[in-house]
Write a protein that binds this ligand. Structure first.
Ligand code: DGJ
Length: 735
């Protein structure tokens, strides 16, 4: 008799286990969550024995199962993992396992399981791959190939794929859902709902994740927070259309209660598989943690930081010209700005929108990626020389996937514009989308951008994408075809090719601010522009949620003007500086309009950034779980626990007068710490008389506090005025 140990397989890493049973005709998931220890014969048997649910009244006579590719055949009435049809037939898939391959490299270091299925109903061969990395992140990939020979009854009729979802089962204690929404200048706005019956579906059909991207769908135990609760979360590493779902049927999901899943959002007819055609679904990343959202974040950050391509050199302080000069490009004016930037310690200049042909406003020129001869009679060379003469890097803004109808490119190639042959839909920000999946349009872009990078030895591209895709169809003689999938793959190819040709080139993903932030594009870019909003009140919140997935060294954060250009709110310099410090810092303010006293403070901030970036760009992100959402406590703690920097921010007043004892997360309760309140960037104004006594002392110099008091008992923090923030510098005593 086969022992369970032969058919039950487990991947284990970093406290996480994923356990499958290789059953016929289709494997079932026995467990995803906490590590159950070594997979002994008795654990394997117990898991397998308990994998069957009750057979309910008025239900299929065989208890419903929940497999790796759930189908109606197994009694699954929820959203299917694979949906499609071959001319209206082959709609009830019955994948049957034909091969499996398990690789477990070393004890507790993750591993992979590959499962291959043939489906005689749909004629689809599916390969499903699970890879658990050393940090406990489970990546799920699948590839589908149409094989006419598998389904003689359908023969070579093409299969129209409606959707592929990576699905994972959840236990009954996952009772709440957290995900994100947002808009321009308010990206990654969290929303929480109870996990009720039915389908919580988040679909993004904007040709990109969008400002309202679901971003990370986290389900968890009641009241889960940053530092507590058990969480099962998913992120789709894909920059096109997408679907996330959390689904709960009354009959459960096999022995589990509900389901979490994600996959590409496909338009009807977008993927038609003829005999031999293949579809690769984007990677879905599933993350489990039993120490709250910060635990999920830690796993994702470790995964990203372990990539060979992860930026490792110190992240240079940036000056981006956008809010300083907008379209007013002028060598003299920009030279003055660059000189001021150099004085304060900027290390990289990024020339934003407005440098190319015809681009005097946001209504013309997109597509004409040649330097504008009227504005730059001698090209960009003189500007690049000024930048380099100050020892700084030179970066340039581009928006390659877009086109203005008022451009030479659109005039020469009207058919390159993505949209129906019956006529283009309305413009958005005066622009349309270039069909970059066309080989000729792709070749043009590659030649142009490659040429610019080579000609000016460009170190950095800010890659923008300002509008949503609507009616994104490629025109053809026989009709128009949905093209978001192909457009997304063409973008990836373009980025990959540019990086191959220019190994030192860094690229920032921007999309009207933070409209295209996902781990698909971050495999090909080095920084995200989190938002166009430099107002620190908004920015603290946008960034702390962006950090749930993206580590601080990859998040751009800029000092803006006192009166925010996007919200018209006025804020103090100190608040703006503190907020921009704890990411990949930069400046967008017009430094030529800043007085000497302020410039000195900005220069000091730049030196503080250089002092702290080693910690900020490698440390563990933590967040306080606070009852008062008028405040936020965010921190970055060195991986060895020897140092940390916290930001205590207040947005508006609260009815509570005191903070109460606030727990400072992430420190070692058994160590002692020297704590300093850093007021080098200006003193945050207070909404109180005197500070708590320990804070008064910590402003003057280090105060030694035990880790147990800091992390467990908590400490009172000052009641700040609205729109203020304070930096708390913590070092392990005798570290
Ligand atoms: C939108 C971006 O988010 C801004 O930072 C800026 O680059 C503008 N586009 C330029 O058009």
């Amino acid at each position: 008799m086969t022992s369970r140990a032969d058919t039950v397989v487990a991947l284990r890493a970093s406290g996480v286990a994923f356990v499958l049973e290789i059953t016929d005709p289709i494997p079932r998931i026995l467990h995803w969550g906490t590590d159950l220890g070594e997979l002994t014969e008795s654990t394997a048997s117990a898991l397998a024995l308990t994998a069957g649910p009750a057979q309910l009244n008025n239900s299929p006579d065989i208890p419903r199962a929940f497999s790796v590719l759930p189908t109606e055949y197994e009694g699954w009435s929820g959203t299917a993992a694979i949906a499609g049809n071959a001319g209206g037939r082959g709609t009830t898939p019955r994948p049957r396992l034909v091969r499996h391959d398990v690789t477990v490299p070393a004890h507790g270091a993750g591993g992979s399981i590959t499962l291959e299925f043939e489906d005689a109903v749909s004629g689809i061969r599916t390969e499903l791959r699970y890879r658990l990395d050393a940090h406990g992140v489970l990546a799920v990939d699948s590839s589908l190939v149409r094989e006419a020979a598998l389904s003689p009854r359908i023969g070579s009729t093409a299969y129209s794929l409606d959707g592929v979802l990576a699905l994972m089962p959840l236990p009954e204690r996952a009772t709440e859902i957290l995900d994100f929404t947002g808009k321009w200048c308010r990206e990654r706005s969290p929303q929480r709902t109870p996990f009720g019956f039915g389908t919580h579906l988040r679909a993004a059909y904007r040709g990109k994740p969008g400002h309202d991207s679901p971003f990370l769908v986290a389900t968890g135990t009641a009241g889960f927070g940053f530092g507590h609760g058990e969480i099962w979360a998913v992120h789709l590493a894909w920059s096109g259309d997408q679907r996330y779902l959390a689904e709960r049927l009354t009959e459960g999901a096999g022995a589990f209660s509900s389901v979490l899943g994600a996959g590409e959002g496909l338009h009807s007819g977008e993927i038609i598989l003829h005999d031999g055609d293949r579809y690769d679904a984007p990677t879905a990343l599933f993350v489990w943690a039993d120490n709250g959202l910060d635990g999920v974040t830690d796993r994702l950050h470790r995964r990203l930081r372990a990539r060979p391509t992860h930026p490792r050199r110190p992240r240079p302080l940036v000056l981006n010209t956008w809010e300083a000069v907008y379209f007013d490009h002028d060598l003299e004016r920009l030279t003055a700005l660059i000189e001021k930037a150099s004085e304060v310690g900027v290390e990289r200049i990024v020339l934003d929108d407005g440098w190319f042909r015809g681009r005097r406003e946001a209504d013309a020129g997109l597509g004409d990626w040649y330097v504008d001869g009227d504005v730059w009679p001698q090209g960009l060379g003189p500007l690049a020389d000024v930048v380099r003469s100050h020892g700084m890097q030179f970066g340039l803004w581009v928006e390659p996937e877009m086109i203005n109808l008022d451009s030479d490119l659109a005039r020469a190639h009207p058919d390159w514009v993505l949209g129906p042959a019956e006529g283009l839909g309305p413009e958005s920000r005066n622009q349309h989308v270039l069909d970059i999946a066309r080989p000729d349009a792709y070749a043009y872009l590659l030649e142009r951008i490659d040429g610019l990078v080579a000609e000016h030895s460009i170190d950095y591209l800010k890659w923008d994408h300002n509008r949503d895709l609507l009616e994104a169809v490629a025109r053809g003689d026989d009709g128009d075809r949905p093209s978001v999938h192909r457009q997304t793959l063409a973008l990836y190819r373009l980025l990959d090719e540019l990086r191959l040709r220019h190994p030192g080139l860094e690229i920032e993903t921007c999309s009207g601010g933070g409209g295209r932030i996902d781990l698909g594009i971050l495999d090909r870019t080095d920084r995200v522009w989190a938002s166009d909003c430099n107002d620190p009140v908004e920015r603290v919140q946008i960034e702390r949620w962006t950090r749930t997935v993206v580590p601080p060294e990859l998040i751009g954060s800029h000092l803006g003007a006192a009166r925010s250009h996007t919200t018209a709110r006025n804020t103090d310099l100190s608040f703006r500086l503190v907020t921009a410090l704890t990411a990949h810092a930069g400046i967008e303010q017009d430094l030529t309009a800043v007085d000497e006293a302020e410039l000195a403070v900005i220069a000091h901030w730049a030196s503080l950034y250089r002092e702290f970036r080693g910690l900020l760009h490698t440390g563990r992100v933590v967040n306080g779980d606070l009852a008062d959402d008028a405040t936020a406590l965010t921190g970055i703690v060195a991986q060895d626990g020897s140092a940390a920097l916290y930001t205590w921010s207040r947005f508006v007043t609260s009815s509570a007068g005191q903070s109460g004892r606030i727990r400072i997360p992430g420190l070692d309760p058994a160590s002692a710490y020297d704590v300093v309140v850093r007021e080098d960037l200006g003193r945050a104004s207070r909404h109180q008389g005197d500070d708590p006594a320990w804070v008064t002392a910590a402003v003057a110099g280090p105060v030694r506090l035990s880790g147990s008091v800091l992390t467990q008992a908590g400490v009172p923090l000052p009641t700040l005025n609205p729109q203020q923030a304070m930096l708390i510098d913590v070092r392990r005593a005798n570290a």
